[in-house]
Design a protein around this ligand. Sequence first.
Ligand code: ZN
Length: 251
Amino acid sequence: MRRREFLFWLSAFYLNLPVWAKDGQFAWLDLAQTNKFYGENAFGRIGSLAKLITATALLQTKAISSEQIFECRQTYKNYNCQIAHGKINLEQAIGFSCNVYFAQAVCKLSFEGLATSFQQFTKQSLKFSGGQIQDYALGLHKNLSLNSSQILQMFAMIARSNNYLVLKQGLKLAVRQGTAKNLDRANILDISAKTGTITEAKDGPHFESWVAGYFPSENPKYCFCLKAKNGTSQESAIPLAHHELFSRKWF
Ligand SMILES: [Zn+2]
């Protein structure tokens, strides 16, 4: 290889390097060992991980049925999606993390209904301090901040239960075709997961992101959670979690 080609290759290699481990806080639970916690505990607003809490509130209060369709034309009030998802149901809204679906569906949900579901998953009360219900339901509000341990407990509750069927289907869809599809493309670990991205107001736009889930999807043995300090879930949380998940021997 000529020197110029080599330098070109080298620079391309570095430019394409993802933000590696120092920017991601990875934690997991071994469900067989009564929820033993391993790894690093992160904290922050949970973004779209909250859609699992919201979906549960919508179903438990009968605000919607699981088969109810809402149309995503990319924008509803101040809430946007990256693409128009079209006419979708709750499972698809979880798998593709459709903000517009949830922003519309929660018009029929009371704050108390959401708070009850939040308490059920996190053992913590959710305080109302102004703003739209959508800000809480989409996990944008600071009152929806959790640490990794609480997020892992939430996923453990879903993983262990015989209920939450729509949530489970949505989490599986996210990894097969949706927002977490680059987490396990070959479906080696049979993961179910949800992503979340938050914008932090610093000097200019700054993104932080999460991905959390469990595997295998049937009879789960582990729950995991990763917070990326920089970047969206696609840029950071997913590649970092992929690296963490596939650099360990689980079974
Ligand atoms: Zn959408």
